[in-house]
Design a protein around this ligand. Structure first.
Ligand SMILES: *[C@@H]1O[C@H](CO)[C@@H](O)[C@H](O)[C@H]1NC(C)=O
Ligand SMILES: *[C@@H]1O[C@H](CO)[C@@H](O)[C@H](O)[C@H]1NC(C)=O
Ligand SMILES: *[C@@H]1O[C@H](CO)[C@@H](O)[C@H](O)[C@H]1NC(C)=O
Ligand SMILES: *[C@@H]1O[C@H](CO)[C@@H](O)[C@H](O)[C@H]1NC(C)=O
Ligand SMILES: *[C@@H]1O[C@H](CO)[C@@H](O)[C@H](O)[C@H]1NC(C)=O
Ligand SMILES: [Zn+2]
Length: 547
């Protein structure tokens, strides 16, 4: 009997183990199922909640402060990390044009082999290259030259080309051919930006007037011709245009125009957008896709030194909120804008001064690319309702710190780089110092000048107090030395990123005013500061009043 009891006990034990194991398997299965549901739910949510922007494009504006290609190549991994998948290369005079249009290129333009190597590397890293070449307005780099000045629409202004002259079309054809064939020989050209913005002078010359067409007809006819040329060399390339010349035109003005393979880019760089739904609607009705453009630099004024992190951020927040689940009137489907171009202007035009340089605009770029990622991922259901400062503080700050390698928290209002070590932080700090120093000197200069307001008259009366002149001489001398020290630091740091001629222009321009004022005043003061004797009062040697 005892053995039977033993046996039963064993049986009970075994079935208990079986039940236990069954329960374990069941709960494991349940946990896995739950996780799978959660995952599925989350990915579904991501798909429906996020902003769908297929192209995230960084604009590399080479018409001012063109960076060394080695530097551009060195920032590609960062761009890639932050979701960038295309570069808009605005070559202007940095493309190595050949043959009869070689003079369109700058003397320091990129060499063909190094450009080819850069594009190959960028393509291999997954970036699409979209060249931008102007074909209507902003053709200063060609029309400024005496050999092409007869192609200007208005002789005084080298910006807009006359579309009615055969030679204009020859020039445009030559440019497009070289650009398109060069790029197609590396990777097939999917998109080509042909500018078409800010055509300040149109339909003015005798030849254009003779056509007896409206400005709009001239515009669209030229567009058609340029597209025809692109098609000759590259039939599958879609042409992009800036949208500003189309704003405010009527819906029926688009009728009977050839708008195939053309996509407008609606740009607005202001912190508070003024995008017109009405214009967008007209583009939507006439073009297959619409792109948008924001600005990460070059939108703070022609002479800005550093981008305003706050303004650039708000510009992007506003755009993303604007396109978030955008629906056109009468449609149920969410409209997907095809891409966003983060513009980074280097000058406002060929003849304008240099504005913010690229290495010091990396913080703005990083911040705004992370913002775009945040909106694309759609982790927060009602992200478009959040205040920009909340988006920054809750969702972006830590990541921005990480990418810029900052130890201290950064702030939008008062961006401090002293604890950051991103490539460019040194030049950022020294430019901050420059701004502070230069402003202080110009302020004080005006005070000193005011204090010395009486100087010239009393100098002529031979009635000057030497004790007021000496401190002014000392101040001028010290300020000048400080300024030159900063200039040298900037010069040396910039050489990492730019050709020496670019650095010279930047530094000479930034320090021109301050140095000129100080040197001039110093010279004058030294002229007054001499050992001499004075006269008995009243001083009457000089008579300024005749009467
Ligand atoms: C110019 O066009 C207008 C309107 O299309 C027409 O009335 C006018 O006769 C034309 N003038 C010439 C010289 O062809
Ligand atoms: C253009 O696209 C068509 C259709 O995809 C293809 O058959 C053709 O080879 C392409 N042409 C070029 C020049 O890439
Ligand atoms: C995103 O939009 C593009 C059109 O620009 C569309 O082809 C694509 O299917 C969309 N992707 C998703 C995940 O909805
Ligand atoms: C300016 O300051 C430097 C250094 O302090 C000194 O060597 C130089 O003599 C000064 N020049 C004048 C004009 O005061
Ligand atoms: C100052 O000028 C007087 C004459 O004008 C001259 O005699 C004297 O040596 C000068 N002193 C100095 C220190 O230059
Ligand atoms: Zn003309």
């Amino acid at each position: 009997m005892p053995s039977l009891i033993k046996l039963r006990l064993i049986t009970i034990k075994i079935s208990a183990i079986t039940i236990f194991m069954g329960a374990v398997y069941l709960s494991l299965f349940y946990i896995l199922l739950h996780a799978w549901f959660l995952h599925k739910h989350k990915t579904m949510k991501m798909r429906t909640l996020g902003v769908n922007l297929s192209k995230v494009v960084v604009h590399i504006d080479l018409k001012g402060s063109p960076p060394k290609l080695a530097y551009l190549e060195s920032v590609l991994p960062l761009f890639k990390d932050l979701g960038v998948n295309a570069l808009l290369m605005e070559y202007e005079d940095m493309f190595p044009y050949k043959g009869n249009i070689a003079s369109l290129s700058s003397n320091i333009c990129y060499k063909e082999h190094e450009l080819r190597q850069f594009i190959t590397a960028a393509g291999r890293a997954g970036f699409e290259i979209i060249p931008l070449i102007q074909t209507f307005g902003h053709l200063e780099h060609a029309l400024k030259l005496s050999e092409f000045n007869h192609l200007r629409e208005v002789l005084l202004y080298p910006d807009s080309i006359c579309p009615s002259k055969i030679e204009s079309m020859t020039l445009i054809k030559d440019m497009l051919k070289q650009i398109v064939l060069f790029h197609n020989s590396i990777y097939p050209l999917k998109h080509l930006h042909i500018g078409f913005d800010e055509v300040f002078h149109m339909n003015k010359c005798a030849q254009c007037r003779l056509r007896n067409e409206t400005d709009l007809d001239i515009y669209f006819n030229h567009l058609q011709k340029v597209k025809y040329i692109v098609k000759l060399w590259s039939p599958n390339t879609t042409v992009l245009i800036w949208d500003d010349m189309l704003r405010g035109i009527k819906l029926n003005d688009f009728e009977h125009r050839d708008l195939t393979n053309t996509e407008p880019v609606y740009w607005d760089y202001a912190p508070f957008l003024r995008v017109s739904h009405n214009n967008l609607y007209k583009y939507h009705k006439n073009f297959e896709n619409i792109w948008i453009a924001s600005a990460f630099k070059g939108a703070e004024g022609r002479t800005a030194t550093l981008p305003s992190l706050r303004n650039r951020f708000i510009n992007h927040v506003e755009w993303l909120k604007f396109i978030f689940h955008y629906k056109f009137g009468g449609e149920n489907k969410i409209y997907n804008f095809k891409g966003i171009i983060l513009t980074g202007w280097s000058r406002y035009s060929h003849m304008d001064p240099l504005c913010e340089i690229l290495p010091v605009s990396i913080p703005s770029l990083v911040l705004n690319l992370l913002l775009i990622k945040f909106f694309q991922e759609g982790q927060i259901e009602n992200a478009y309702l959040l205040e920009s400062s909340e988006i920054f503080n809750r969702f972006l700050k830590n990541n921005v710190n990480k990418h810029l390698q900052c130890e201290d928290d950064i702030s939008l209002e008062n961006f401090e780089t002293s604890s950051c070590t991103f490539n460019g932080h040194q030049i950022y700090s020294i430019l901050e110092q420059y701004i502070f120093q230069n402003d202080e000197i110009l302020d004080k200069f005006n005070d000193v000048k005011e204090g010395l307001f009486s100087l010239e008259y009393y100098y002529k009366l031979n009635h000057l107090n030497m004790n007021t002149i000496l401190p002014a001489i000392k101040w001028c001398n010290e300020s000048l030395l400080d300024l030159i020290a900063t200039e040298n630091k900037i010069f040396n740091l910039m050489l990492q990123y730019y050709d020496v001629l670019v650095v010279q222009e930047y530094v000479n321009y930034k320090f021109y005013d301050g140095k000129k004022k100080l040197i001039g005043l110093l010279k004058l003061l030294k002229h007054y500061y001499i050992n001499h004797t004075w006269y008995r009062n009243p001083p009457h040697r000089y008579k300024f009043h005749s009467g």
